[in-house]
Structure formats: structure tokens, C-alpha cells
Design a protein around this ligand. Structure first.
Ligand SMILES: [Zn+2]
Length: 386
């Protein structure tokens, strides 16, 4: 059984170990050592990376009881190798993981809910709780969690004797087998956990809850801590700077400035629609009542505008009316009819005019990829031909 150096000290980054075995697999080699500081994927946390001798370690995981390091190249069995962890990534995991303990403990103590799911990825940490909380309640938890960070509380990990364990009031995520490892954040939390954590809460830096969704019978919160939270903040600040320049507004005033721009955009859109409807009324007024079909081309109309124009034109004819406008490639069209079932005809129209359309019995719309003159001729005359 490999000795778990990370159990004793989560800050061991370099060590020497003896290679117990090195087995070729599809994606490289599975290396087993007599001792390791690489934490294997477990409990929602992904495996460590680094180097064993000259072999780059891409992942660390459990295979049965055995801790296996996935190496790119082989190392010699029975040789003593120098090993090093890719510690920057591992430290981020320790920051996020310890932050999860603090948040879970605060929620448990204040609301009685348990952490029933934990997942730590390179992008986010998610924690699931078996009860509902509001964003205001989570804000308060976040504040208290950061207070615990700034109080720089010691984090200790140990295996208590069975008799001592029985007396401890600790959180755990299920039935535990074998010796129980307790992670204690003094005065804040006591939890059974096998992963590496920071030594003092101050090393977490900052804890930020980014959002939550309802999940199963409770909530799933997304959070970032430490370097990940700092990088997130930096990226948001950069975005704010760009937005501030686009909106010509100070960074602490972006929301009202954006709202003002969107309101202006909405008003402009409504104004445009009004103008296009007035154009439709002028076009419809210029058309005499007729027994023939009608087709009108109006540039810059959208599908909604074409539909409204058809609704005005249909009163002028006993047959069909159509309206078309330019699309990115081809033409948008709407066609309305008094005497034909357009839904049944939509396949024929699509074939005849190289397009796609659909709709109801009395009105169809879509996009056509043929020339404008052919489309107008088709709706005015040829559509009635078999
Ligand atoms: Zn833990």
C-alpha cells in the first residue's frame, strides 16, 4: 500500500520514492510508488499532476485500493525517482476545497442542511445542499465564510482513536470505512475528509459564491476561491473596463447606463416598426381591389412586417397575396390566401422556389433562394398552375 505523504503534509511538493510497478496502458503508463504526495481523484476532486523522474504525470487516480499515477513515459521498476507536483494547480484545489468546508459548515450550523454533493473542476466548484436557501441567506454565509478566512484559523488533519472519534461531533458525507481522518478548522468545522487542505484559512484568500440554482430537493451553489476567485475578479474588472468605455459611463454606474441604452434601443425598434407599418398601409392603399393574386417586394422588411402587410393586402384580393423582402442570401416571404390551403402547398412552393417554408392553412412564411422576378411571377401567376 502506497504511503500517503499528502495525508501528513499537504504542502509536500517534492519527494523521492521507489517505483513499485510501471504498467503500459493505452494512454501511457500506470506507475505505482511506495509513497506519494500526489492526491488521487476522489471525493469530487480531480487527481494531481506533476513529474515522476522524467515521466510527466497527467493524472492520479485509485485503481481498487492502489494509487496509480498516469505517466506519459515509463520509469524503471525498483528505481528511486525524484518526484515533483504541479503544485500551483494543487494549491488552487486546496483553496477551493477548504473553502467548501467553511461554507458547508456555516450552512449546516445555521440552517441544518447537509452538503450532499461536491464537485471541483478547473472552472468551478459546485456544492449541493439538501435544503433551500435565498440569495440573501447565501450572501450572509459568504460574508461569514470570508470572515473565517480573515481570522486566519488553523486547519488540522488527524486520525483520532475510535474512542475519541465517538465523542466528536463531525460532519461526514456517508458511511465511513476504516480509520476516519478528521479535518478540523478550529472553532468552525469538523469534517471527515481524505483530501489535502490549506494549513490556515488565510491561505484561501477570498471565497465568492457566484450563484445558485434549485437542484433536486435543495440547491446547487457555484463558487470560486483563492487564485480562481482572484482571476475571475480580474477578468470581470477587464470586462467592466471595456463596457465602461462602450457605454461612456463610470465603472460603478454600468447597470443604469446599460439599461438606458437598451431602453433607447427598444424605443428605436418600436419606432421603426411603426414606420414600416405606415409604409405597409400606404402600399396597401395603392392597390386596387382585384381578382388576381398580389405580390409586393419591400426592402428592409422583416417577417413580422411582411405578415402585417399581407394582413392588409388580403382584403384587396380574392386569391392570394404575398410580400417579399431581402434576406442574407435569398428572400424572406409571407403568403396569405383566401382560397387555397397553403399548408398543403408549402412543400410544392419550397421545391418550385428552392426554399424552406411552413405555417398554417391560410398563411405561410419562410426563405426562398431564387431570383426576385421569378418569385413575384410565381406568386402572381404560376402558383395556380399545376
Ligand atoms: Zn475536505
Amino acid at each position: 500500500m502506497t504511503e500517503k505523504l499528502y495525508d501528513l503534509d499537504s504542502f509536500i511538493t517534492e519527494f523521492d520514492a521507489t517505483v513499485i510497478s510501471c504498467t503500459p496502458i493505452d494512454k501511457g503508463f500506470e506507475i505505482v510508488l511506495d509513497k506519494t504526495a500526489f492526491f488521487p481523484e476522489s471525493g469530487g476532486q480531480y487527481g494531481d499532476k506533476g513529474k515522476i523522474g522524467e515521466s510527466e504525470i497527467l493524472d492520479t487516480y485509485y485503481k481498487g485500493e492502489e494509487i496509480v499515477h498516469q505517466g506519459k513515459t515509463p520509469v524503471e521498476k525498483d528505481s528511486v525517482v525524484h518526484c515533483s507536483l504541479f503544485f500551483e494547480e494543487r494549491f488552487r484545489k486546496m483553496q477551493n476545497h477548504t473553502a467548501e468546508h467553511i461554507v458547508s459548515s456555516l450552512i449546516h450550523r445555521k440552517y441544518g442542511f447537509n452538503n450532499v454533493g461536491f464537485h471541483l473542476s478547473r472552472e468551478f466548484t459546485t456544492c449541493d445542499f439538501n435544503g433551500l436557501l435565498t440569495s440573501k441567506q447565501l450572501s450572509e454565509i459568504e460574508f461569514l465564510a470570508n470572515k473565517a478566512v480573515y481570522e486566519n484559523v488553523e486547519v488540522i488533519c488527524y486520525y483520532p482513536e475510535e474512542s475519541v472519534l465517538e465523542t466528536l461531533d463531525y460532519r461526514s458525507k456517508g458511511e465511513l470505512e476504516g480509520k476516519v481522518r478528521i479535518v478540523e478548522i478550529k472553532g468552525i468545522d469538523m469534517c471527515a475528509c481524505c483530501a489535502p487542505h490549506v494549513k490556515y484559512t488565510g491561505q484561501i484568500g477570498v471565497i465568492k459564491i457566484l450563484g445558485f440554482i434549485k437542484y433536486k430537493n435543495g440547491i446547487r451553489i457555484t463558487m470560486k476561491s483563492g487564485y480562481d476567485a482572484y482571476e475571475d475578479y480580474r477578468s470581470r474588472a477587464e470586462q467592466d473596463e471595456v463596457l465602461s468605455s462602450i457605454l461612456s459611463a463610470p465603472q460603478n454606474d454600468l447597470v443604469p447606463a446599460l439599461k438606458e441604452k437598451l431602453d433607447f434601443l427598444d424605443a428605436s425598434k418600436a419606432e421603426g416598426a411603426k414606420i414600416r407599418f405606415a409604409m405597409s398601409e400606404i402600399i396597401a392603399d395603392s392597390v386596387q381591389n382585384t381578382n388576381e393574386s398580389i405580390c409586393k417586394y419591400v426592402p428592409m422588411f422583416g417577417i413580422d412586417d411582411l405578415r402585417k402587410l399581407c394582413n392588409l393586402l388580403i382584403g384587396k384580393t380574392e386569391k392570394i397575396c404575398a410580400a417579399i423582402s431581402d434576406a442574407d442570401d435569398g428572400y424572406l416571404f409571407v403568403c396569405e390566401s383566401k382560397d387555397m390551403n397553403l399548408r398543403n402547398l408549402s412543400k410544392k412552393i419550397s421545391t418550385d422556389l428552392n426554399g424552406k417554408c411552413g405555417g398554417s392553412e391560410t398563411m405561410i412564411s419562410g426563405k426562398l433562394n431564387t431570383d426576385k422576378e421569378s418569385i413575384i411571377r410565381y406568386f402572381e401567376k404560376e402558383m395556380y398552375n399545376d
